[in-house]
Write a protein that binds this ligand. Structure first.
Ligand code: FES
Ligand code: FES
Length: 150
């Protein structure tokens, strides 16, 4: 089937098979590799994107379900060459090791700060509970979120 998406503000069309995950369409067909494919089961959050402003796991959303909707990927957060404040905070805090979890965490953090510009540690924990990192121990990630909020 032919689907239409608005990805990071750009009207885009793609062919998708019936059960095709949005993550596959983004990465393999449309050239948006930012959302990572780590589990394909909704467990790790590395594929997080915003669908009509709602944080979702792109591996659990069918491309067909996104037909006609707005998708923001981690690539869409930066302003040209200028990193989004959350992206910059992750860099500055050293919250990136292998980086596999980072795009999902950045999107989830940007979503959190839109809803709650000055989140408590509990809010941060809750908001990022769906994003797994195997490297950092989370402390630097928390530092990055606090810095971005500041
Ligand atoms: S790849 Fe989607 S949640 Fe892990
Ligand atoms: S930095 Fe490696 S999984 Fe998070």
């Amino acid at each position: 089937m032919r689907i239409q998406l608005r990805i990071n503000g750009v009207e885009t069309e793609a062919d998708a098979w019936e059960g095709e995950p949005l993550l596959y369409t983004l990465r393999e067909k449309l050239g948006y590799p930012g959302a990572k494919n780590a589990c394909e089961q909704g467990e790790c959050g590395s594929c997080s994107v915003l669908l009509d402003g709602t944080l979702v796991c792109a591996c659990l959303v069918l491309a067909a379900q996104a037909d006609g909707h707005d998708v923001i990927t981690v690539e869409g957060l930066a302003d040209g060459d200028r990193l989004h404040p959350v992206q910059q905070a992750f860099v500055d805090a050293g919250a990136v090791q292998c980086g596999f979890c980072t795009p999902g965490l950045v999107v989830a953090t940007a979503d959190l700060l839109t809803r709650s510009p000055d989140p408590s540690d509990d809010e941060i924990r809750e908001a990022l509970s769906g994003n797994l990192c195997r490297c950092t121990g989370y402390e630097k990630i928390f530092d990055a979120v606090r810095a971005a909020a500041g």
